[in-house]
Write a protein that binds this ligand. Structure first.
Ligand code: LAN
Length: 753
């Protein structure tokens, strides 16, 4: 396709290396960069934005050219994402849950993108946009005016209305992490320091102690920019990568996200690389700190942190390790040769990651960091740097409030799998009305299945992935236990429905099963990307301060249940394949689910908020082996827990603080449709006998449905690492539809309205 936006920045996701004009177009002269002010406007024309779906690679394109505007009309989905009027027609008022499902599907179908998946914003965390924008700045990557403008608008819209700062995530309280980095972003995109928004944010930042009180990751970015000095950054020595594999703390054992972030961090820390000084950098040195910049004793602030940012204070063990690294290892023992060897191996691993993901990289932190590393190693115009620049677009999302960064390069496979399952739960897969939509979804999952393991997987410490699915798309290519499971279930469901073709043959289904079977931990539970490679004691080395449970993989009821249900469905259709192993897997997994139940009867959720989410999964696991309310104490206690949290209006409403504190906390804004859907699904799975409770929940979901079939966005739904929230906007469709559909099938004679 090769569409180009008007500013000449290609939104093409294919390599541009061969194209002769590319070099010229993307190379950028520093003097220009410094001298020219970033163009920034009040707003862009939202009718000019388009979501480009290139086989599941999403990027937003701004059409400045009037002819292009005519040639590429804005779709329903574009308008919906941008908050523009979509004029979806009013539908007949549903009188029963199944009609409500049909109305919901009428609307949701229109949001399916050309490649067959459902796209959505995947925002929430407020530290991701800074990673991208600072990486652009230090690598002298031009920022088109319409990006700059909408980044400004997004951050203005998301500034805390009271104190003007930004938090760790959109619903979180103001922190130094959020405020120091987003303030920096606004300055980079061209907002003046004396703009009232900046004056207010700066005052708040200063009240919190200024950027010397920022957590590790912010200090690292500011050091890369040269706004802070490297001595303020706790050590991240790349030579840790040289430790033999058997060493218990060797980084290959860490959770994939933390090791992939540590990797580029360690490379640049070792090089103490800093961006070329500009007027803006000099100015930020004055703006972000309370003290006179020239007099700051940087080393003395390595461990200074504002209490609001200190969710997981560093342990005395880590503090001791850091002290030894700073005072003994670095000055005395760390030879040039060791440092060089460490850097070289870190760079090799970064290059392998780039090759394995075609420079998309694992997620929105490591990707921009890797871009800077490549820029430092290879210079501004190398293929790797240019390809990273191109792929960065896939992490951005445009909406009514402006341009934000997504947590990953999309939610493609994950949401598509749930969309299919929602139709299945309502018993509508054979209805020809939905066949075209489902066919496209199946074709998408067919195209997105990962067909090979990564090259040299042991060398780069990757997990087997053949036959799996990633959360987003195959380019990113990191299989996750529950993403593989949900996609596999959806494929099996459709391919076993009369009228659907077998796009994925048995061998490829077996590949997925073979990979899934590698995910079980000794405890019986399943983790996310890999089985744990070290014990949870590794958390003593958690240096990030702002997150919990980040150092290693844990077992999760969500992931475990997804694998259990996928294996259960699989063995119904292929009872002969690895029968004994599957049986044993399920048995051990459900046993683990039982051990993870909390004394109050609920389960703690790590990826959705919070007990409501995980309890839904856990009760599904129990149901899959026939344990329900009437015959299982575990299931009964799970149901009683949920019932005890049901609100007067029939809904459920859990606040994200539950994830941080480990206690169920009510959301002050009242019942939420998504949580209500999770709770009623759970109760239905467990055959909860008192239907009145379920009916009240179902009625709430139906009452909240709009006349055009949609549901409106409510509070944030997802979480990671205990402290950071993340949006799953499609859950308001997929889980509501699933709950209504399940109800309609399970209790066909019950009336709700
Ligand atoms: C995700 C998103 C999907 C999520 C589920 C599939 C829902 C979950 O069941 C397993 C874990 C997984 C894959 C997951 C892990 C952590 C991610 C990638 C994220 C929450 C999206 C963003 C987050 C990532 C860590 C953000 C970058 C931040 C760092 C701390 C590195």
């Amino acid at each position: 396709m090769g569409k180009k936006d008007a500013a000449g920045v290609s939104s093409d996701t294919q390599p541009l290396l061969e194209k002769s004009s590319t070099k010229k177009r993307l190379s950028f002269d520093l003097t220009d960069h410094v001298a020219k002010r970033q163009r920034i406007e009040e707003r862009t024309d939202h009718t000019r934005w388009r979501m480009r779906d290139d086989k599941g690679r999403q990027s937003w394109v701004y059409l400045e050219d009037d002819q292009a505007l005519k040639d590429w009309p804005q779709s329903f989905a574009d308008k919906y994402f941008l908050g523009l009027p979509v004029n979806a027609p009013d539908l007949p008022k549903p009188t029963n849950p199944l009609d409500a499902v049909r109305n919901g599907l009428e609307f949701f179908e229109k949001l399916q993108l050309p490649s067959g998946h459902w796209g959505c914003e995947y925002g929430g965390p407020m530290f991701l946009l800074p990673c991208i924008v600072i990486a652009w700045y230090v690598t002298k990557t031009p920022i088109p005016w319409y990006y700059a403008t909408e980044i400004k608008n997004y951050l203005f819209a998301r500034a805390n209305p009271e104190d003007g700062g930004w938090g760790l995530h959109i619903e979180g309280e103001t922190s130094v992490f959020g405020t120091s980095l987003n303030y920096t972003v606004l300055r980079i995109v061209g907002v003046d320091a004396d703009h009232p928004v900046m004056v207010k944010a700066r005052a708040t930042l200063h009240k919190m102690g200024g950027a010397t009180h920022a957590p590790h990751w912010a200090k690292w970015w500011l050091a890369v920019m040269g706004v802070a000095q490297w001595d303020i950054v706790n050590p991240t020595p790349p030579e840790l990568w040289l430790l033999p594999d058997w060493v218990p703390i060797a980084p290959w054992r860490w959770w994939i996200h933390i090791r992939q972030v540590f990797l580029p961090m360690s490379y640049l820390w070792s090089k103490r690389w800093q961006a070329e000084e500009t007027a803006l950098i000099r100015s930020l040195r004055q703006e972000l700190f309370v003290e006179d910049w020239a007099k700051i004793n940087w080393a003395s602030h390595r461990n200074t942190i504002n209490p609001r940012d200190n969710y997981h204070p560093k342990t005395w063990v880590l503090n001791t390790v850091n002290w030894c690294l700073v005072n003994i290892w670095n000055p005395v023992l760390r030879t040039q040769a060791i440092a060089k060897k460490g850097e070289e191996w870190a760079m090799k691993l970064i290059e392998m990651e780039n090759e394995n993901t075609d420079h998309a990289d694992l997620a929105t932190v490591s990707g921009p960091m890797n871009t800077v590393c490549l820029y430092v190693k290879e210079g501004p115009d190398s293929y790797a740097v240019r390809r990273h620049r191109e792929r960065a677009h896939e992490f951005l999302w445009m909406k009514d409030e402006g341009l934000l960064a997504n947590g990953t390069n999309g939610v493609q496979c994950w949401d598509t799998a749930f969309a299919i399952q929602a139709v299945m739960d309502a018993g509508l897969t054979e209805d020809p009305r939905w066949r075209p939509m489902l066919m496209k979804a199946l074709e998408f999952l067919d195209d997105q299945q990962i067909r090979e393991n990564v090259k040299d997987q042991d060398k780069c410490y990757r997990q087997q992935r053949k036959g799996g699915w990633a959360f987003s798309n195959k380019d990113q290519g990191y299989a996750v236990s529950d993403c593989v499971s949900e996609a596999l279930k959806s494929v099996i469901i459709l391919q076993k429905t009369p009228g659907f073709p077998t796009l994925i043959d048995d061998r490829r289904i077996f590949d997925a099963i073979d990979t899934l079977l590698t995910y079980q931990n000794p405890s019986g539970g399943c983790s996310s990307y890999e089985p744990p490679r070290a014990g949870t004691w590794m958390e003593v080395l958690n240096a990030a301060e702002v997150f919990g449970n980040i150092m290693v993989e844990y077992e999760y009821p969500e992931c475990t249940t997804a694998v259990v249900t996928a294996l259960s469905l699989f063995r119904k259709h292929w009872p002969e394949y690895r029968t004994k192993e599957i049986e044993r897997f399920i048995e051990r997994a459900v046993k683990w689910i039982k051990t993870a139940q909390k004394p109050h009867g609920g389960w703690y959720g790590s990826w959705g908020i919070c007990f409501t989410y995980a309890t839904m999964f856990a009760l599904e696991s129990l149901a899959s082996i026939g344990e329900t309310y009437k015959n299982s104490d575990y299931a009964k206690r799970g149901c009683d827990f949920l019932i005890s949290k049901q609100r007067e209006d029939g809904g459920w409403s859990e606040h994200y603080r539950a994830c941080e504190t480990g206690e169920y906390i009510e959301h002050p804004s009242g019942s939420q449709v998504v949580m209500t859907a999770w709770a009623v699904i759970a109760l239905m799975k467990a055959d909860y006998p008192n239907l009145e409770h379920i009916k009240k929940g179902i009625k709430l979901i139906m009452d909240r449905q709009q006349s055009n079939g949609e549901w409106l966005q409510e509070a944030i739904e997802g979480v990671f690492n205990k402290s950071c929230m993340i949006s799953y906007p499609n859950y308001k469709f997929t889980f509501t539809l699933k709950a209504l559909g399940m109800f309609a099938r399970k209790y066909p004679n019950e009336t709700v309205v």
